[in-house]
Design a protein around this ligand. Structure first.
Ligand code: FMN
Length: 213
């Protein structure tokens, strides 16, 4: 995504009329809520891209378990390829694609391993030990918990046969891109970059694009 900022169409200031959302997590929550409402299949599935120390990339689907301003939580086996790659190289990317809404969200950041006993957290509420402020309230978070719990029950046998190898990971973002396809017009791309705890939103595109998404 850092390359995208140098594209020739340049960086456009956010227009005064746009519905500027300064917090990318807020925008993400709205988009996820809209994906759920639109009946998108598996709206909390996301591509997780990792890379080994040598640079070889790999990607796969994982489920978003929860998120707040400190990051995106997913569960995985520490002994899996992704687990090994994240221990060698914590830089990773997430990708959400909601075809029905012509929307894509790209997230880049650094992954750390959660410290919780995941056997409990997989099907129970998450607690603050993940670095999250707390389990979030509201319909989107209720949906994530419910969806994930349903899926996790199918993994029950795996979890009990391999205790301790299945755990939580948290990706702390340093950049977001929100991509919106538009009928009869070029897509709109909205970027957010983080400095410390502050987020800076900006749009990419020429005159006439619609930043108010
Ligand atoms: C819809 C769907 C949801 C999945 N959710 C997860 C998940 O939450 N965690 C996980 O480790 N693997 C999940 N998988 C399986 C992964 O895509 C992948 O096959 C597996 O984790 C092994 O990946 P690796 O060898 O690259 O580590 C899911 C697959 C699909 C299709």
């Amino acid at each position: 995504m850092s390359n995208a900022r140098t594209e020739s169409d340049g960086e456009a200031p956010m227009p005064a009329t746009a519905a500027v959302v300064n917090d990318p997590f807020e925008r993400f929550e709205v988009w996820l809520a809209e994906a759920i409402k639109a009946g998108v299949s598996e709206p909390n599935s996301m591509v997780l891209a990792t890379a080994a120390a040598g640079g070889m990339p790999s990607a796969r689907i994982v489920l978003l378990r929860s998120f707040d301003s400190s990051g995106f939580v997913f569960f995985a086996d520490h002994n899996s390829r992704k687990g090994r790659e994240l221990s060698e190289n914590p830089h990773a990317a997430l990708l959400f694609y909601w075809a029905e809404l012509e929307r894509q969200v790209r997230v880049e950041g650094v992954v750390s391993q959660g410290t919780i006993d995941t056997a409990a957290a997989l099907i129970g509420p998450l607690n603050g030990s993940l670095g999250l402020r707390s389990e979030q309230a509201g319909p989107v978070h209720g949906f994530l918990t419910q969806k994930f719990t349903k899926r996790a029950k199918r993994w029950q046998a795996v979890r009990t046969s391999q205790p301790g190898t299945w755990g939580a990971y948290v990706l702390r973002p340093n950049a977001f891109e929100f991509w919106q396809g538009l009928e009869g017009s070029l897509p709109v791309r909205l970027f957010y970059t983080r400095t410390g705890n502050a987020w800076r939103p900006y749009g990419l595109g020429g005159p006439g694009n619609h930043m108010g998404i």
